[in-house]
Design a protein around this ligand. Structure first.
Ligand code: ATP
Ligand code: MG
Length: 383
């Protein structure tokens, strides 16, 4: 049976007899693999992030420091992207309510058949809901280096995660892997190269992705420059189409060149967030890249311009930039050297470290605007 057909289950249950009963039901089959039974809620979120189950079963009557309903709420708020089945008894009725993180209910007593069908149904519904064509791939790109791509990509991804989007950030800067340094990831942390390219399954992702404390998943670049050569454009296509099935939002941080790999990232993107700044070379390179995109056949609406450090025009007339872009830039983010440097040095997103700062609000607004534009485009595409 392919690994992705098998459902990986995590149970949070403190009554040994109930846990034993479920183990017994699962023993005789291979469709559901029991990863673990946690007897209290305290470490549940950490374990979910670590083992990445497909479905979680939580006893509504769980006792201890974190009671059952509280744990379901915590799992929902942690946006782990895994559906929850609540196990209850007839005296304690619970209604399924996906908006509150209750994707299914199983009332005791239940048979092996009840258990298996509920698990399969909840997983299927959840995946269908995630894959309704709303998944958005966006590349943060610029023909110029050092304009803030990595900073913006990281904070934009976290801001989108805060909007209840299951989000993954891909380090598409495959040679230099800026995110490894930014997030202080251990040198041996797996990278995009550790995904099997012949047949990638969703279950492979859990072993390779870096779970950032900011709540988003990160697909890291290889740890060494020369290893980047092992990645092909075809790998990029396959990896992105897999990520689309699992994530609502995929943000890619890119390097500046237009090589095969970067074109694969750009081709697969719904939106290119092109960073521009007020400096004299930007105007030149922005026109050059707009010509190239036109020649490739990208519609103008695929690109959304973001002016970074928009409050420091540095002698450039904003009107000149606007004329070069051929339109009013869609997004603006102010400069905040102190906050950006401090957050980047600590490897934390400023949108969480200081949400009230103007730059954080700019990013949060940009996240909403990009997602809204994406929804409109998706609706238009369907008609
Ligand atoms: N809005 C901002 N306000 C203040 N400083 C910023 C802002 N955006 C970026 N920076 C600073 O600019 C520098 C470059 O940022 P970053 O590394 O994100 O750029 P990049 O485009 O990813 O660079 P590269 O081309 O090397 O990948 C960093 O030191 C960062 O702290
Ligand atoms: Mg960078």
């Amino acid at each position: 049976m392919p690994a992705s057909d098998q459902t990986r289950l995590l149970i949070v249950e403190d009554v040994p007899q109930v846990a034993q009963y479920i183990r017994g039901l699962l023993n005789a089959q291979a469709r559901v693999k029991l990863l673990d039974v946690l007897t209290e809620g305290g470490r549940a979120i950490a374990t979910i992030n670590e083992v990445r189950p497909d479905v979680i079963l939580v006893d509504a009557l769980l006792q201890g420091r974190i009671k059952g309903p509280k744990l379901v709420e915590q799992i929902h708020e942690a946006k782990v992207g895994v559906p929850v089945i609540v196990l209850t008894v007839p005296q304690n009725p619970v209604e399924p309510n996906p908006a509150m993180g209750i994707h299914g209910v199983l009332s005791m007593p239940f048979s092996g058949f009840d258990l298996m069908t509920r698990i399969a149904q909840v997983r299927k519904d959840f995946e269908a809901q995630q894959a309704t064509g709303t998944s958005r791939v966006m590349t943060v790109f610029s023909p110029k280096g050092g304009v803030g791509k990595t900073t913006i990509a990281f904070n934009l991804a976290v801001a989108m995660g805060q909007l209840d989007q299951r989000t993954v950030l891909v380090d598409g800067s495959v040679q230099f892997g800026d995110l490894r340094a930014l997030l202080k990831v251990p040198a041996d942390a797996p990278s995009i190269l550790d995904l099997p390219t012949d047949r990638i399954a969703e279950s492979d992702l859990g072993d390779v992705l870096w779970r950032d404390p900011s709540g988003i998943d990160i697909l890291l670049a290889p740890p060494r420059i020369e290893m980047a050569e092992m990645l092909t454009a075809r790998d990029v296509e396959k990896i992105l189409s897999l990520l689309r099935r699992v994530y609502g939002v995929i943000v890619i941080d890119m390097s500046c060149q237009l090589n095969d790999i970067n074109l694969a990232f750009l081709d697969a993107s719904d939106t290119i967030v092109e960073i521009v700044t007020y400096d004299s070379t930007t105007i030149h390179s922005t026109i050059a890249i707009a010509d190239t995109f036109r020649a490739i056949g990208y519609p103008a609406s695929k690109v959304r311009y973001l002016i970074n450090r928009a409050d420091s025009a540095g002698g450039i007339d904003p009107g000149d930039l606007q004329r070069a872009l051929g339109r009013v830039p869609e997004h603006k983010v102010v400069s905040d050297g102190r906050l950006v440097v401090q957050s980047n040095n600590e490897g934390v997103p400023f949108v969480l470290a200081n949400p009230a700062a103007q730059i954080s609000q700019d990013l949060a607004r940009t996240a909403v605007e990009i997602l809204d534009a994406g929804r409109v485009a998706a609706l238009a595409g369907r008609h």
